[in-house]
Ligand binder design. Structure first.
Ligand code: GLA
Ligand code: ZN
Length: 699
């Protein structure tokens, strides 16, 4: 588990900074001077610049004005700071849209957008690619070797899709390459349904609200194409950066809940994963620790995208956003806890949108480090500065990783297929939420989890949880089977193995190609109205420690245990009372568990506590974690950093165990005694030699 190299060797510490838009303040040099006074007070060492600055860089076609950016980067370098430099393709000047309307996006309803907003370009348009490429080449040649530059930030939050004629043509080309001929496409898409057979490639077009929406294979392939085409655009736009400045890494900022792009296809093309985290802290659906757990789920996916390499938290808000339904302030202490939580899960940065609030436009009321009042004497600024001080006191953390023995599969294509599926409980499929709840049961125990897609290498894990693995692509069942035979523990649930990669149902009984591994046949799937429920009764004496009854809601699969699979819990009610809810099938050296119904979270907590014991999983701390307290580990194989975070409403005390080693406070080296006291929202970062390090002889 060696330490990963820093994103850029010129900034080998935890990054602290954010989006900075002096391009909105060029007429106010005194404001920019203030920014440079305030940066060190906030402990900021890096800023992201140029993100939407096209009009300030190329005010008219072919007329470039780089002077302000020259000055800015020089000034940053002189101040000992670094820059993440963006390409401006996320929004474009009006002159460009007016002169070349083909750059504007066409929506699914086939209406071309007007100029405006942002993220509103066609990814196929040769004109847009040429214009972006020309400007990016100039940026790369001019700044590629600038001492302030540590990272390229390509565009901004790539997303959306375009249905213009150029994109349709590209889609058909992509389909030809994927399917070969029309017969194969018709077979894959099951087009005899409702007489949807295509007889000419020209008949094939993207899904539309007033057109095709019933051919699920088409919808899936369209979404795959959107990913491929957006990625192709990205690769084209960064090609000049890579050519002129090969030593400067490239990233783009991904979005947490966004399902428009399959980030697993993107990750290999980024040098580091970066993402924008905006949890709705203090919402009225959940308590704070539940929001923290959901956020952890997202961090664990972002880290897993590149196999455990530390990621960058590229954006977060220091106070509130402006786009949630209710824009609640982060309560005192939440910003620090959320920031250190990101680091605990593998972030090597805490960065913000935005450094300073703009005066106008849609985001003028969005949280920022510097408010309109203009000075540092605000609660938000003080809390940001405190995070800056914390990060500076953790020099051993950057480059370390999170050693996960558990994987939760949360697969983007599977999500798309479930979105399409008509049936089940249509409004309550809740695939992301379900994966997050399975993940949470490990989070509560201080067990690290990678959130992966179904194509990854699973052999490095000891437990793989695959909630609602509705789609099973070729090769996946064989790999899961091999994983179990080799001694792994697999957990599957209701709605598994129903369709293939073209969204055609698997024949021969669900869970399709996993039936032999899992040892169940899912004969029927019942959906319950919100007011209805069932229950799971633990089979007495089961060795997992499940006891009594657990609530069941929404989805109940009626399964038969096959091939010697044991039944560990049964339905308590309805005509299927007595039939299995939880089964275990021993295969080779491993075990496959199947959870046939959607249960209350307490069932998952108990189940995964039992499985952790059975599989001997490592916990970040030996101490039992009270509800709302989370412990996460970052390590380089020699030194562990254990982040202990109290997201509960009350103070907590943790009884540390002998296996926890000699812990010291990572920020000041002071010894840590048991019980470890944690005020509400307190985060302690503890350091110790790894178990391997401790086993070595001492003198
Ligand atoms: C996104 C964008 C930013 C900004 C923030 C606001 O993450 O990348 O430009 O709009 O949202 O929360
Ligand atoms: Zn287009």
């Amino acid at each position: 588990m060696p330490r990963h190299p820093p994103v850029h060797r010129a900034l080998p510490v935890l990054w602290h900074g954010g989006d900075y838009n002096p391009d909105q303040w060029l007429e106010s040099p005194e404001i920019i001077a203030e920014d440079f006074r305030l940066f060190p007070l906030a402990g900021v060492n890096v800023v992201s610049v140029g993100i939407f600055a096209w009009t300030r860089l190329e005010p008219d076609e072919g007329r470039y004005t780089f002077g302000w950016l020259d000055d800015l980067l020089d000034r940053l370098a002189a101040a000992g700071m670094k820059a993440v430099l963006a390409t401006p393709s996320g929004a474009r000047p009006a002159w460009l849209s007016a002169r070349y309307p083909e750059v504007l996006r066409v929506e699914a309803n086939r209406v071309r957008n007007l100029h405006g907003g942002r993220h509103n370009h066609c990814p196929t348009s040769p004109v847009y690619r040429r214009k972006v490429g020309a400007l990016n080449r100039l940026l790369a040649e001019r700044y590629g070797k600038h001492p302030a530059l540590v990272l390229w930030h390509a565009s901004n939050e790539y997303g959306g899709e375009c249905h213009c004629a150029l994109c349709q043509e590209a889609f058909r080309g992509w389909l030809r390459a994927r399917h070969g001929d029309l017969d194969a496409l018709n077979r894959a898409w099951w087009t005899d349904f409702w007489s949807h057979r295509y007889t000419d490639w020209a008949q094939v077009a993207s899904p539309a609200p007033h057109g095709e929406g019933a051919v699920h294979g088409l919808t899936l392939d369209w979404r795959r194409f959107v990913t491929a085409q957006s990625l192709d655009f990205h690769r084209a736009e960064v090609a000049p950066l890579r050519a002129a400045a090969p030593e400067v890494p490239v990233t783009t900022n991904l979005m947490w809940t966004y399902d428009g792009l399959d980030y697993w296809k993107w990750a290999p093309h980024l040098d580091v994963v970066a993402w924008d985290s905006y949890p709705d802290w203090h919402n009225d659906r959940e308590v704070l620790w539940e929001t923290a757990a959901r956020t952890a789920f997202a961090h664990d996916q972002m880290r897993a995208l590149r196999g455990g390499q530390p990621f960058l938290l590229m954006e977060s808000t220091p106070s509130q956003v402006n786009w949630h339904a209710v824009n609640t302030l982060k309560r005192p202490g939440v910003h620090r806890a959320a920031s250190l939580q990101a680091v605990a899960h593998g972030a090597d940065s805490v960065m913000y949108f935005q450094w300073r609030k703009g005066r106008g436009g849609a985001e003028k009321l969005h949280g920022a480090v510097v408010d309109h009042v203009g000075h540092e004497h605000t609660r938000t600024f003080r809390e940001v500065a405190e995070v800056g001080r914390d990060l500076a006191r953790l020099p051993g953390v950057p480059g370390t990783t999170v050693p996960a023995e558990v994987a939760v599969i949360f697969d983007t294509e599977n999500r798309w297929a479930l979105d399409e599926a008509q049936g089940l409980a249509r409004e309550r499929k809740d695939y992301p939420q379900t994966c997050a709840l399975h993940h949470r049961a490990f989070w509560r125990q201080g067990i690290a989890v990678d959130v992966v897609n179904m194509d990854g290498d699973l052999s490095r894990y000891r437990v793989v949880v695959a909630p609602m693995l509705y789609m099973i692509r070729p090769g996946v069942a064989a790999r899961l089977d091999a994983f179990v035979r080799a001694g792994g523990t697999l957990v599957t649930t209701y709605c598994t193995g129903m369709v293939d990669e073209h969204d055609r149902c698997h024949l021969g009984g669900f869970p399709g190609p996993l039936r032999a591994t899992v040892g169940v046949w899912a004969e029927e799937l019942d959906a319950l109205y919100p007011s209805r429920s069932n229950r799971a009764d633990a089979v007495p004496g089961n060795d997992l420690g499940l006891e009594g009854s657990y609530g069941i809601h929404t989805l109940c699969e009626l399964v038969h245990a096959e091939d010697g699979a044991e039944v560990l819990a049964i339905y308590g009610e309805d005509f299927y009372a007595g039939r299995p809810v939880l089964t275990r099938h021993r295969v080779g050296a491993g075990r496959a568990y199947h959870v046939a119904a959607r249960t209350e979270p307490r069932f998952l907590d108990d189940l995964y506590r039992g499985l952790a014991r059975e599989a001997g999983l490592a916990h970040a701390l030996e101490a039992t974690l009270p509800e709302g307290v989370s412990a996460q580990l970052r390590t380089d194989g020699e030194t562990d950093h254990v982040f202990v975070m109290n997201f509960a409403a009350d103070a907590q005390a943790l009884r540390l165990g002998p296996a926890d080693g000699d812990l010291v406070d990572a920020r000041d080296g002071s010894a840590v005694a048991s019980p470890l006291a944690l005020a509400p929202l307190e985060v302690r970062v503890l350091r110790r030699a790894t178990r391997a390090g401790r086993a070595a002889p001492r003198h």
